[in-house]
Design a protein around this ligand. Structure first.
Ligand code: GTP
Length: 594
């Protein structure tokens, strides 16, 4: 295709503002999917995406429109997947900034807009859902125009649901988004913006060609790893993969298959070039996503450990952001310490492990990465509270912080500030977006955000606040490890790293919770919370003498046997901590974050 006829664009928006629905209409209106085959959220291919109504992986699809070729890239909206958004943006020249006409600008609207502006994209402001009775297109057109510095009349108005305005929007894309520019005669350079593992075809790599040409049966070179592969298949997605025998030229977006089995061999952000005639310089890539949140994952049934390992290996083929290493816990047995991009990523990985691989799992409370500097100058990176050094030799502890942006109606300013202050936030600034909506910016420790911060924010603002955060380095903090001991034995799975001022509350809460969850034993069981050797809270589980045979009168031996069998069954689901029997459910309940 002549690059002058190509338009590459993406749709960016806050979660639920209607990207996937708008994408559906575009598929239909351009005739790529006929009405019979149409289903909602056509491009969200994973079950979990469809059920939750969210987009996790980016999708690229080629749409013919008015003698032009439009490549549309649907992107995820959630903050955990910002890195997916930024890589998709690099493959485009334009972005549709979609805003719900009943909601207005939200936190990810801003975050995504800034990403798109950084990538130098042409921005098309669009209000969606104008069919809603609650829509206020005039008011929000003004807000949106104020944000990007255009005239309110330049804001397009559409309904992804009814299709109103969508044709005009496609025409507008053709008219205003710049055509891709590249050197057709130069050595091939294509940017990998996604790579997905497919059980039958191996890794499918999505690329945007910048210069030159990539063909079928060509030896290609991955520039960052120096690995060479042969392209077994190359093509475009419209809306299913279609092999393109002529290959892909300047500005084109498509996929290639080389038969490799692991997405890490086809790294997102890498540049693909021709092995015979390699390019000199790589395209500016993007950084590998770094895990921010860690948690231990253990099979409830210890025998399932090998299955868990295999499941993680398989999932990683598809999810380059997932990292894990084996760990053992005295309380939970063999498992893995797993690193995630954020809480939603964590939930999704866990859900996929349980659903797609049939595993039952316990996950320990999530934590962030700490950097501990010892008095002798040694440094430690702690991703698991039980590795946190005890004893008085710690000089400094550093924790990751975020720059967080909260958008909400101005009546909630007080409530929001109270929550942020309670979580060691430092106010950075506040701006009014319109007379009744504010943007509030805070520095907040990441460790404070990963514990129900968002839930609290939502409930204190009746659902009106939206949140976005980005990593902003680290800060030194007064952090301590709180251990929980049963009968004097520390239970590693319950240790937590918390701020000094919150250690007492954590200890008291956990001890109380466990007193309720752990059944009485033959002997008294003290539960203690301690910082090092100092006990900060204590509860007691009183002793009972439980005699299962007491209920049997006389000599019904078969009944006795049955009862003993039953008791043995029950024991299997108990974990021994020292001499104390702790039911599996107690771990699950105590470690659940709410
Ligand atoms: P993520 O992929 O999770 O970021 O969400 P999204 O932005 O793709 O939103 P999605 O298309 O899933 O739409 C969110 C909700 O808004 C769904 O319940 C849609 O049915 C609804 N919706 C989307 N567009 C319109 C519209 O134009 N009018 C109305 N009334 N509802 C819409």
């Amino acid at each position: 295709t002549d690059p002058a006829l190509i338009r590459n664009f993406c749709i960016i928006a806050h979660i639920d503002h209607g990207k996937s629905t708008l994408a559906d209409r575009m598929l239909q209106i351009t005739g790529v999917v006929d009405d019979r085959a149409m289903r909602a959220q056509y491009l969200d291919r994973m079950d979990i995406e469809r059920e939750r109504g969210i987009t996790i992986k980016s999708q690229a699809v080629r749409l013919p429109w008015d003698d032009h070729v439009l490549n549309m890239i649907d992107t995820p909206g959630h903050v955990d997947f910002t890195y997916e958004v930024s890589r998709s943006l690099q493959a485009c020249e334009g972005a549709i900034l979609l805003v719900d006409a009943a909601q207005g600008i939200e936190a990810q609207t801003l975050a995504n807009l800034y990403l798109a502006m950084n990538a130098d994209l042409h921005i098309i402001p669009v209000l969606n859902k104008i069919d809603l009775p609650a829509a206020q297109p005039e008011k929000f057109a003004e807000e949106l125009a104020g944000l990007i510095g255009c005239d309110p009349s330049d804001v397009l108005k559409v309904s992804g649901k009814t299709g109103e305005g969508v044709r005009e929007l496609l025409d507008h894309v053709v008219a205003t988004v710049p055509a891709p520019v590249g050197d057709a005669d130069a050595a091939a350079r294509a940017l990998i913006f996604d790579s997905v593992y497919d059980t039958y075809r191996g890794v499918v790599t999505y690329v945007r060609v910048v210069d030159g040409h990539l063909g079928k049966r060509e030896r290609i070179l991955m520039m960052s790893t120096d690995a060479t592969h042969e392209t077994l298949e190359i093509g475009v997605i419209s809306p299913e993969p279609k092999p393109a025998d002529l290959g892909l030229g300047v500005g084109e977006v498509g996929y290639l298959i080389t038969g490799v089995k692991d997405v890490r061999q086809s790294r997102v952000g890498d540049t693909v070039t021709s092995a015979a005639k390699p390019a000199g310089d790589m395209l500016a890539g993007y950084e590998h996503p770094k895990p921010m949140v860690f948690s231990g994952l253990y099979p409830i049934d210890g025998d399932e450990y090998p299955e868990l390992r295999e499941a993680l290996d398989k999932l990683q083929l598809n999810d380059a952001a997932l990292v894990y290493e084996p760990e053992t816990s005295a309380a939970l047995g063999f498992g893995f310490r797993v690193g995630f991009l954020g809480l939603l990523h964590m939930e999704i990985v866990r859900e996929r492990l349980e659903r797609e691989f049939g595993l039952s799992l316990i996950s320990t409370a999530p934590n962030v990465i700490y950097r501990v500097v010892m008095e002798d100058g040694k440094e430690l990176t702690v991703t698991n509270p039980s590795e946190f050094p005890t004893g008085g030799k710690i000089a400094q502890v550093f924790e990751p912080v975020t720059k967080s942006t909260i958008l909400a109606p101005s009546e909630f300013i007080g409530a929001i500030m109270e929550i942020c202050q309670g979580r060691r936030g430092q106010l950075l600034g506040m701006d009014y977006l319109s007379e009744d909506r504010v943007e509030i910016r805070y520095t907040l420790p990441l460790g404070e955000i990963i514990f129900d911060f968002f839930d609290q924010l939502k409930s204190r603002t009746r659902g009106y606040a939206s949140l976005d955060y980005e990593p902003a380095g680290e800060q030194e903090s007064d952090l301590v490890k709180v251990d929980i001991l049963l009968q004097g034995e520390p239970v590693d799975a319950f240790s937590a790293i918390v701020h000094k001022d919150k250690a007492y509350a954590y200890g008291v809460d956990m001890a109380k919770k466990l007193r309720e969850l752990i059944p009485r034993q033959q002997f008294e069981v003290p539960i203690q919370a301690a910082i090092g050797a100092r006990v900060i809270a204590r509860e007691n589980i009183r002793a009972i003498r439980k005699d299962v045979l007491a209920k049997c009168y006389g000599g019904d031996i078969s009944r006795k046997r049955k009862l003993l069998e039953k008791q043995k069954e029950g024991k299997k689901r108990m974990k021994m901590v020292g001499r104390v029997e702790v039911p599996q459910e107690a771990f699950v309940a105590a470690l659940s974050t709410d």
